[in-house]
Design a binder for this molecule. Structure first.
Ligand code: FE2
Length: 422
């Protein structure tokens, strides 16, 4: 039998289809440009190759293109003849995931990975902060991703993808030095690996290496096309560093070109909403004037892209946007009808943003404080959750409690302590 890039047998009679599948899988694992066309090429080469259709379904799903994902998935599910046990399990796992059956998908995927640890496309669903563990809402999710990736490492040798995922988990649990070594190894093998470049950006963020990170991203992004799945998010990282440098014009240039709803970005809606709300708020906290129209734009985008609650990370950013745009009805819906595994944290954080918009700093601090002990459960990265951390610190300072803000920052996020005025 022909095999994929990780030695897993494939049920296709076409050597070319197997080769294209290995290439497309690499593009997906690297977050490189051309993910959907890469899997379309596999299905054109062999329309009877089930995993080619699953890959195409997953590529559509990653960009939030539900109809394309389900159509491709159904093609895969109709191809049952001669499948290996791994392929049948692979199709089942993605069918559960793509049909929104998260808990069942998670169980199926963990069992699948225990049996076939080198099925990288399946393992990928649990390996990063936006994955099934990342958005599980469970306490200790950062440690769980570290355990998951560390457990897979012995199966992958020096593989660039696995090493970059392990590096991210190390970064998010505070082991910056080891993360730094790992990501260098990964990027040396595949320098255009956008997910690896993303991990590299997080490591520099955690290290406070603003200039180094910005210089690197400025160069690297010149050759990254806007259909790459990390496009908007990597521009957000660059915009954040421009803000840290006080280069407001460069920050707005990046936001307007690649991050905001008005940029026309085709990146996943979760990135467009959360990264735009985040940079607008962090700019405000840094003393930059933000036009009310910008908030109205992101609030409207949130209502349209995420009409129902269900993911705390999304819902907290949407609540912030609605609060700052003055859309009280949308904000109240999030506060009164939270949903999803970290729903218990959403009302306090959303009410905190409602109080911030009203400049009721003590009330805002009180609300946010109630959610801080378990903040990581909302999901996303440490760098992204710094938006909430910084919100609390600002509220405390404005409420005349600067020493409390410094004490909290030094315990929770020393990186942010220097942003607190003396
Ligand atoms: Fe990031």
């Amino acid at each position: 039998m022909y095999r994929d890039g990780y030695d897993n047998p494939l049920t296709t009679g076409s050597a070319r289809a197997a080769e294209l599948y290995a290439e497309a899988s690499g593009v997906m694992l690297a977050g490189e440009s051309g993910m959907i066309p890469a899997f379309e090429a596999v299905t054109r080469e062999d329309a009877g190759f089930a995993l080619g259709w699953v890959g195409l379904a997953r590529a559509h799903h990653a960009f939030g293109l539900g109809a394309g994902a389900l159509a491709a998935l159904e093609r895969a599910e109709a191809l049952t003849d001669g499948l290996t046990a791994r392929e049948a399990s692979h199709i089942n796992a993605f069918a559960l995931l793509l049909r929104g059956q998260g808990p069942q998908a998670y169980r199926a995927i963990r069992e699948h990975v225990d049996t076939w640890p080198r099925d990288a496309l399946v393992a990928q669903t649990c390996s990063s902060v936006f994955g099934l563990i990342g958005f599980s809402g469970q306490p200790g999710r950062e440690a769980e991703i570290l355990a998951f990736t560390a457990g897979l490492m012995p199966h992958y040798g020096d593989d660039w993808w696995m090493t970059s995922q392990y590096a991210f988990a190390l970064c998010e649990t505070g082991n910056i030095e080891k993360a730094d070594q790992m990501i260098d190894r990964a990027l040396a093998q595949r320098p255009r690996n956008a997910h690896g470049v993303h991990v590299r950006s997080h490591i520099w963020y955690e290290a406070g290496a603003t200039e180094e990170g910005l210089n690197y991203l400025n160069t690297w992004l010149q050759d990254y096309e806007n259909d790459g799945i990390m496009y908007s998010h990597l521009y957000w990282h660059a915009a954040l560093w421009s803000l840290a440098q006080g280069d407001t014009q460069a920050m707005w240039d990046r936001v307007d070109a690649a991050v905001s709803p008005a940029s026309g970005s085709t990146s996943p809606a979760i990135n467009i909403l959360t990264d735009t709300a985040s940079i607008l708020h962090r700019a405000t906290l840094a003393g930059v004037a933000v036009d009310a129209e910008r908030w109205k734009g992101v609030s409207a985008f949130a209502r349209q892209a995420f009409p129902a609650t269900g993911n705390a990370f999304i819902d907290v950013h949407a609540a912030l946007a609605h609060a700052m745009a003055g859309d009280n009805a949308a904000l109240e819906q999030i506060i009164t009808r939270p949903a999803g595994p970290a729903a218990d944290l959403v009302p306090d954080l959303a009410a905190g943003y409602r109080a911030m918009a009203a400049e009721d700093w003590s009330s805002a601090a009180g609300s946010m404080m109630r959610a801080m002990a378990d903040l990581a459960r909302i999901g996303g990265s440490r760098a992204q959750r710094d938006m909430v951390e910084q919100s609390l610190l600002t509220c405390l300072v404005k409420a005349g409690r600067a020493q409390e803000a410094r004490d909290i920052a030094s315990l929770r996020r020393p990186l942010l302590a220097e942003s607190i005025a003396a």
